[in-house]
Design a protein around this ligand. Structure first.
Ligand code: ZN
Length: 360
């Protein structure tokens, strides 16, 4: 079976580079080896993502984030102590993406023309995949770092094309995962400004109240970059059937994620073991299947792996070692009755269709 092009709708590459000090231009074994003595992060020595593995897995497109939270005095979630510090960190992350562009490791995509040209490049079999750059759409995961709304315009100028209002904890624009309640006043203002710029709203990490408000207020394009199904994993972090239906009505695409606690309700963050609970790549197919059943088609499911989102092999399906193993989904999905057309929808066509429509 030859590899099919993959578009991964959610990776935190720059956070890994700048806060984990990972040089993603190096081989995975070396990145892991240099971390073997470190204990400061839960996933030290267990990383699954680097440029070489992305290329090996034919992951030619990614949505790559800037991610930097603000944490108010007394908050139980870590973050920067001021919005200005959070902004400065996103600028360091941007500078890293720019350096990767200089090296030819990545190329930024902000228009349909660039999207189509990059698609043609990855379909050109005369050029080896290992020498192709990874195309990235820049997204902001949690908007805390936008000091005020004028910063949204600065960010648009350097290529930002998608924004999620919240991440974990309170959030300046909206409360995020593990919190309750609706958008803040600045959050509602930010949505207005985002629609003027036709930015993509990422609903992942919103609370239920925040989701309802944002879906009502926002008239621009909406996606859920890394989000599974609440019927299977009953926590607020995942989507209810009602939310899935609303997203389908908006022609949204939902990226399935591979963090074990989003795959299987038994998994306890940083404690459980994927081997012990037998959590495999196959588990995500149940989530995709559910969304396909609700939609009646395969047009709204995709990959939003989150594989470098503060976890590595200790919290990912046990039958994968690196992001290149996403290709295993070809065999897994066809064994589950998915036709090649459905597999291509899920692997890349849905994200590409969404972006062509949003940007044309
Ligand atoms: Zn996330």
């Amino acid at each position: 079976m030859s590899a099919t092009l993959i578009f991964d709708g959610h990776l935190d590459l720059a956070m890994n580079a700048m806060e984990w000090n990972r040089d993603l231009t190096r081989p995975l074994a070396e990145i892991r080896q240099r971390e073997m003595h470190m204990k400061d992060k839960p996933d030290r020595g267990n990383g699954t993502v680097c440029f070489r593995e992305l290329r090996k897995g034919k992951v030619g497109f990614v949505v790559a984030t800037q991610l930097s939270r603000y944490s108010c005095n007394g908050s139980s979630f870590p973050g920067w102590n001021s919005p200005q510090q959070a902004w400065a960190m996103t600028q360091a992350q941007l500078a890293w993406y720019r350096e990767m562009e200089v090296l030819g490791e990545m190329v930024q995509i902000t228009s349909v023309e660039q999207l189509d040209a990059h698609f043609d490049l990855w379909n050109n079999e005369e050029i080896p995949d290992l020498s192709k750059p990874i195309g990235y759409i820049l997204s902001l995961e949690g908007a805390d770092s936008l000091v005020d709304i004028s910063y949204l315009h600065k960010a648009y100028e350097y290529g930002l094309r998608a924004v999620g209002l919240s991440h974990f904890g309170d959030g300046r624009y909206a409360p995020g995962t593990k919190r309750e309640g609706g958008l803040t006043l600045p959050g509602r203002e930010l949505l207005k400004e985002m629609s003027k710029l036709n930015l993509i709203l990422d609903v992942t990490h919103l609370t239920d109240d925040g989701f309802n408000e944002a879906m009502d207020l926002y008239k621009g394009p909406v996606w859920a970059s890394h989000h599974n199904v609440r019927k299977i994993v009953p926590t607020q972090r995942q989507l209810t059937d009602e939310q899935i239906k609303q997203l389908i009505e908006r022609d949204a695409v939902i990226g399935g994620m591979l963090d074990c606690w989003a795959l299987d309700a038994r998994f306890i963050d940083t404690i459980s073991d994927p081997w012990q609970l037998n959590i495999r790549l196959e588990n995500l197919v149940d989530h995709w299947d559910h969304i396909c059943q609700v939609a009646g088609n395969s047009l709204h499911v995709a990959i939003g792996s989150d594989l470098d989102g503060i976890f590595g092999t200790e919290q990912a399906p046990w039958n994968m070692n690196s992001i290149a193993d996403l290709q295993k989904y070809q065999a897994i999905l066809s064994a589950r009755g998915y036709r090649q057309e459905d597999i291509e929808n899920l692997f890349h066509k849905n994200w590409l269709r969404f972006l062509r429509k949003a940007w044309s």
